[in-house]
Design a protein around this ligand. Sequence first.
Ligand SMILES: Cc1cc2nc3c(=O)[nH]c(=O)nc-3n(C[C@H](O)[C@H](O)[C@H](O)COP(=O)(O)O)c2cc1C
Length: 406
Amino acid sequence: MSELIDKCFSPAKINSLELRNRVIKAATFEGKTPDAVPTERLIDFHMGIAEGGTAMTTLAYCGAEADGRLAANMMYMGEYIRDPLTSMIQRIQSTGCKVSGQLAHCGGFSKNKELTKRRPKGPSFTLNMLGAPYGMFFAGGMNAADMEDFVSAYAEAATFMKSVGFDCIELHFGHGYGLSQFISPLTNRRKDEYGGSLTNRMRMPLRVLDAVRRAVGDDFPIIGKISLTDGVRGGINYDDAVEIASMLDKAGIDGIVTSGGTSSFNPMLMFRGDNMSKTMLEYEKNPMMRLVLRALGNSFFRNYPYEETYFLEQAKRVRDKVDTNVIYIGGVSTNESIEKVMGAGFDFIQLGRTLIADPSFVKNASADLNYKNPCTHCNQCVGLIDSPEGTHCVLPSAMPGTLKTG
Ligand SMILES: Cc1cc2nc3c(=O)[nH]c(=O)nc-3n(C[C@H](O)[C@H](O)[C@H](O)COP(=O)(O)O)c2cc1C
């Protein structure tokens, strides 16, 4: 093994948190919480990854509040879930794996029919891209009181997450969700001090980071996932991303995950590989959404052929700018890619599909320099989020331990 691969599979720290290596399971919404509470299926999914040697797994999409969920089958961080969540986290931790929670708010991008408000709210009045086919056509713009509530929801959720035993919080600043809606000029059309320049558009994300930091204390790890670009004209671009990362760094974040694309405008930029609309269609029950997927499937899900380490060059710009940990994400499935990423100075690596196809990636790749991951980037795992079994790998070549039936 080269020194760089050795480095990846050796212990490291994020803030006060000791990790057994530098491999973190990326948030990949599991779709295994039909009643918005953890199920055995969800626990099994994370246990597989934990037992496979990953240093920290991420529980995807932990809603900052009930209305912060994209859909009603997502968990939100509240007392109703304290016991099952605590017990799940403890089981995962018993393997030596740490647990991060991706703390997110959907803002104005929601198909959640259990909404307590009249409509979801983002920074500005916009079309609700996700909700429209479900009859939830618009997102409202937040007023000052909504913004206070929004920040408080994050702070309360963070306090709760620390109290149930999460080791780390990953704030979602990307992919077109609530905080990303503030950052992007496409969705933030505010005329006050929260809109306009990038400095103004970062005001809410920085307020949230500050509130979450106050809630959990200085020695608790907080990382943030950003989009390097929205991948669409008029959105944030790679130059903006360097500034965004720099502002988060100065505000004391413990790590930046360098993703890209948005679920609302350009999802394939995030994933690369095969179009997932066909699989999504199989499990989509809503007739309007089925129509949209049929009509727009091929143009909305743009064609970006998969290549290893597809965000490396742009993520390096962030790496070179900030002092905090930079966590590379996007297309790492071989030891050769690990070498490249570590060689470029990244501190940690997040893996999504590689670990869905082989939860024992760390054990297997650290034992074999020529390790080959079975993922073909067919992206059916994404389309299967809404299947009864939730996110899983469909490939016959998926490694033992993969939960083929969810
Ligand atoms: C099935 C699936 C679900 C995903 N859900 C989320 C999510 O809930 N939150 C998020 O930030 N990213 C999500 N992603 C994106 C991944 O975190 C990651 O950015 C992307 O898969 C690229 O990394 P990879 O090449 O290692 O898979 C998801 C990806 C997959 C495959």
